[in-house]
Design a protein around this ligand. Structure first.
Ligand code: ATP
Ligand code: MG
Length: 588
């Protein structure tokens, strides 16, 4: 294959697009791989399309290798199955819905659990039919609240989704392990630097759940890793170790005190140290219990207030909180809400006003660290007053616990107690146990060995295929442009012909033909009236891993071979070039 730049539909740009913040977005647009069509919606230009198809092909090969079978569902889907699973409403504003001319309701598939479940139910009925794993590589649609960073978070994007169907949990584990192995191979071949972390299983139940995160400082996901053991988890999935209850027989009675002008934790701690000094040590933010109010917005639009009590030295992590209430979303508890709850004294809200038994009846959930016997300073539900020595379990209780407080660097590992370290990543894939939720909702049962009907157990496995294109660039670029890993590069070799001599172009033409005949994919810069500087800049921007310059050196019988990643340059005799380059390409 030879792609000639003289005719290639490509226009590289020297300026970053104004709306681009992250390197992959800037570079993919500048190098002519993608173009924005609408917010979060991109067109793939010829070079980008080549890369996307290569990523797809890697995914396809590794899925096929574990015996998963490819099929293809429509993107335009009927409403009924999504009603049966409850997701038509659960997804809320995140799905694109539409109505046909007869009034029939449809959606653009955000993910296809329902369709996979139904097709297996249609055609299979016995344990002898299982296990089966099916997958597709499909365009998905989600009306993301914050489309971001080009194709990293799009509203239209390409996903590989697969589902395994098994009769038992033991059999499911084999399907899960097979997928996990395939994912390791996929992300290795994509050249991503990634970690596998424990993940939330989400609203769908099940227990096994892992994410593959590409390490990236500007990734949206934060994960923690133990500095001692092999624990690694998305912060959303971290369950803090719950301390043992503390005896409180000796604890003094709670007492409300005037603490004027202390609406923030810092002002409160200063006031406590100035007026209620402790003998043993100064008060710190960790002694205070902060009660944060939010609104939980359900898919059908209903709104429910929620109060979360956390130690005052921590903030609420909105992603952790969001993961706990999924598929509902979290919104601000704004002034209008406060107006609806005149009993809540802003800045001085305490447990007495909260919970099923509290005056406001607002559901109240506590950080798991707030165990029985712990003593707190918290709002007294009166302006300018706080209560001191309020003992959990003695003076107040809540409606339950919630994992919503931020996880901090240095926190104890839930497994071994050593300090955690944190880093950021981009979610590239998610494998998890779906369990029987969908099979039950859509009545997918098979006859087992004893002739008894059993509900099928499922696994769900996703790879962000279009996101991978961006994530690869995030992990592999420099100031000049993209540096594609060989397996996904739009071409193997980029030949740059520079100069005016006919001999140069003749040699470059011949080299391109011979390489192509040897099975090497060639991008050939055969443009005549373009300066060498522009050609080199384009080659570095486009990012093909091997650049071959046919130019001045030809007088001495050599071409220059440049390694895009290392910058190394070497002269190679023209007659050896094909053999040498073929070796480089095949050797990886
Ligand atoms: P995220 O937490 O990033 O929103 P998700 O948990 O909603 O992702 P899944 O439903 O598990 O994602 O989808 C499987 C994979 O599809 C993800 O691991 C991710 O790589 C990719 N993906 C999800 N949403 C998008 C998007 N808006 N744009 C591009 N890729 C996406
Ligand atoms: Mg996920």
């Amino acid at each position: 294959m030879i792609v000639r730049m003289s005719t290639l539909f490509l226009r590289t740009l020297r300026e970053d697009p104004v709306d681009a913040e992250v390197p992959s977005h800037k570079l993919l647009v500048r190098a002519g791989y993608i173009r924005r069509a609408a917010p979060g919606i991109y067109s793939w230009l010829p070079m980008g399309w080549r890369v996307l198809r290569k990523v797809e092909q890697i995914v396809r090969e590794e899925m096929d290798a574990i015996g998963a079978q490819e099929l293809h569902f429509p993107a335009l889907l009927p409403r009924e199955p999504y009603d049966a699973s409850g997701r038509w409403t659960d997804y809320g504003d995140s799905i694109f819905t539409l109505t046909d001319r007869k009034g029939g309701e449809y959606l653009l598939g955000p993910t296809h659990e329902e369709m996979f479940t139904l097709v297996v139910k249609d055609l299979y009925s016995s344990y002898k039919d299982l296990p089966v794993s099916l997958y597709q590589i499909q365009t998905k649609y989600r009306d993301e609240p914050r489309p971001r960073a080009g194709i990293l978070r799009g509203r239209e994007f390409v996903m590989k989704d697969s589902y395994s169907f098994d009769v038992s949990d033991e059999a499911f584990l084999r399907s899960y392990e097979a997928h996990r192995g395939a994912y390791v191979k996929i992300f290795d071949r994509l050249g991503l630097d990634y970690v596998i972390v424990a993940a939330m299983s989400g609203a769908m139940g099940g227990s096994a759940s892992e994410e593959f995160l590409a390490k990236a400082d500007n990734g949206e996901d934060t994960y923690v890793r133990c500095t001692n053991c092999d624990y690694a988890a998305n912060v959303e999935a971290v369950k803090v170790s719950v301390p043992d209850p503390i005896p409180y027989d000796e604890a003094p009675a709670a007492h409300a005190e005037d603490t004027p002008d202390t609406p923030t934790i810092d002002t409160l701690v200063d006031h406590l140290n100035a007026h209620f000094a402790r003998d043993d040590r100064p008060w710190t933010a960790a002694d205070t219990l902060k009660n944060v109010l939010v609104m939980v917005v359900h898919g059908d639009g209903t709104r429910e207030p929620l109060a979360v009590g956390i130690p005052g030295d921590r903030e609420i992590d909105m992603k952790r909180l969001g993961a706990q209430v999924e598929p509902a979303e979290v919104a601000a508890f704004d002034e209008a809400e406060f107006a609806r709850h005149p009993d809540l004294v802003k800045g001085y809200i305490g447990p007495g006003a909260l919970g099923e038994k509290g005056s406001s009846r607002i559901r109240y959930l506590l950080d798991p660290r707030v165990v029985t016997g712990t003593r707190w300073v918290t709002g007294a539900n009166q302006p300018g007053r706080h209560v001191i020595d309020l003992v959990a379990g003695r003076d107040f209780t809540a409606d339950g616990t919630i994992e919503a407080a931020e996880v901090c660097e240095g926190d104890a590992c839930p497994r071994c107690g050593h300090p955690l370290e944190s880093a950021r990543g981009i979610e590239m894939g998610h494998i998890f146990q779906l369990g029987r939720t969908y099979a039950e909702a859509l009545d997918l049962k098979v006859l087992d060995e004893n002739g008894k009907l059993v509900v099928v157990t499922m696994g769900s496995y996703g790879v962000g295929v279009s996101r991978a294109v961006a994530a690869i660039v995030e992990g592999s670029h420099d100031a000049a442009g993209i540096i594609w890993p060989r397996e996904v590069a739009p071409a193997d070799v980029h030949i740059v012909a520079t100069g005016k001599d006919a001999a140069i172009f003749e040699t470059a033409d011949r080299l391109a033909s011979e390489l192509s005949a040897a099975g090497v994919e060639v991008l050939y810069d055969d443009r005549r009236r373009v300066s060498p500087g522009v050609k080199f800049a384009d080659a570095e921007l486009i990012g093909v891993p091997t650049i071959v310059v046919v130019g001045r050196g030809l007088a001495d019988g050599v071409v220059e071979v440049r390694d895009r990643a290392t910058g190394e340059r070497a002269d190679v005799a023209v007659e050896d070039a094909v053999a040498q380059l073929t070796g480089v390409v095949r050797g990886g």
